[in-house]
Design a protein around this ligand. Sequence first.
Ligand code: HEM
Length: 489
Amino acid sequence: PALTPNQLDVIQGDIWSKGFPKHNETYYLFKIAPGSATAFAQCLRKMVVDQPELISNLKSTKKARDDIAAKKQRAEAASKLGQPNGKPEKLHMSFALIAFTYKGLNMLNEVRKTDPAFSNGMKSDGDALNDPITGLDPLLANADEIHGLIKVAGCSNGSVNGRLGKIQAALQRGTVIQDVPGGTEGRLDGATREKPFRGKEHFGFEDGISQPLMNGIDDTPPSPDSEAHALYNMDTEQSILIVTGTTRHENSSARRPDWMHDGSFLVFRKLEQDVKAFRQLTASFATYQCESAAHMGAKLMGRWPSGAPLALQAYNTTDAPPADHGKVKVMNNFGYPTDGGDKEPACPFAAHIRKTNPRRFGDWGLNSGDQGLKFAKMIRSGISYGPDYADSEPAGLQRGLLFACYQAFIEDGFQHMQASWSNKTYFPKSDSGLDPIIGQVPEGEVLKTVITNRTAHIEVPITTPLVTFRGGEYFFVPSIAALKGALTE
Ligand code: HEM
């Protein structure tokens, strides 16, 4: 079923393929002060009722996105007519979301353990995910202290700080809530990169292209028998894979209580990126029979920096995007055809986007019993942090991705993708190698990926990891209705 108008009112506004518009963003981690659970519930309820604009719902995000699109269109039309004012107007906007760890929720209510990954926390999953336990950001190292998260996005640091300040005031920061210790005011800040890298993550690739669509807020899904339908990957009802509600596990005893409906689980991970290591690896392209460093990078990611899928543009070293660049439909209008027998020349099986979304897997009939092929879906909503890399930079600068994703089941979404796909060589078929971008191996082992071309499968050892986990946690993002009732059953 499509999302109802009521759901657009109560689902928090970042849980959507388009998510909060943002240039700047902060993740503020808080704990509920000892003995303050009741006071916290009161403040929360009062905030959501008296200042409903502070926590954004889907309707407000959608409206903001529509306004931005309309302004852009007006500006483009004006500039075509040669009128001044051809630049898009600056929009002063900010958005916020609130989420809780299991520990935090449990301070407010006795919470049923319906979702084991969530109730055990990310640290308990560390072995399955091959997460390192050292080198964590101090703010995230002591996950036991984290009860909640406020994510604020906006057009500038000023707008982010302004909204965060209002929410902190409503929740009585300093008395009722406290900053999680170990960092600067409990915050991790990110920002979209400046032109000409806007929209690109630190390795230089366009991000945020392929997302599950939700019926009722995204454009009408294509009809089930059209080609576009399969390409859109709308064959499963995506909203139930993202928004919590009726469980897909039919015989599950773990039925979620009503207050957990219309929420989503947020997986948050600080992932440091080693741009120098990425460049060094791609500079060794000749060893791996690639045409250029850019070609090698595209083999690792599965897309060219422009976002053009390797599956459509195998050898186009000009990196030209598809004709209708920018239209998500076109950028996602591809599968992984079987033109190389059991070799796939264009896009290696291990490429990041192929590992995390093998698309039309039926063509291959390989490992098609993997339940994840139907259910492993997530909406990603990360943001870059840290300065751009420069060869001449002083040692010690750090950068990466504040990775965030939403799903209705952590076990089906993030956990499945990371542990059973990216970290395993047998997916999507045997000897595929690990995901070169996010794959993780146990400490002391070397991550190996495999690059394919028309004639060969070549193993690539990645001696310096391109991405390193610096801590994170699992959160639940309740519906605004649940916040109003301060989460009672
Ligand atoms: C897609 C980069 C972490 C899951 C992409 C894309 C890029 C990218 C450039 C292509 C753009 C797009 O389709 O939107 C990165 C980097 C990461 C990172 C640099 C770490 C620093 C992760 C993690 C996961 C993940 C931790 C999940 C476990 C996905 C998925 C897609 C994707 C599901 C879309 C695949 C598709 O539908 O074709 N990523 N990513 N990524 N990534 Fe990541």
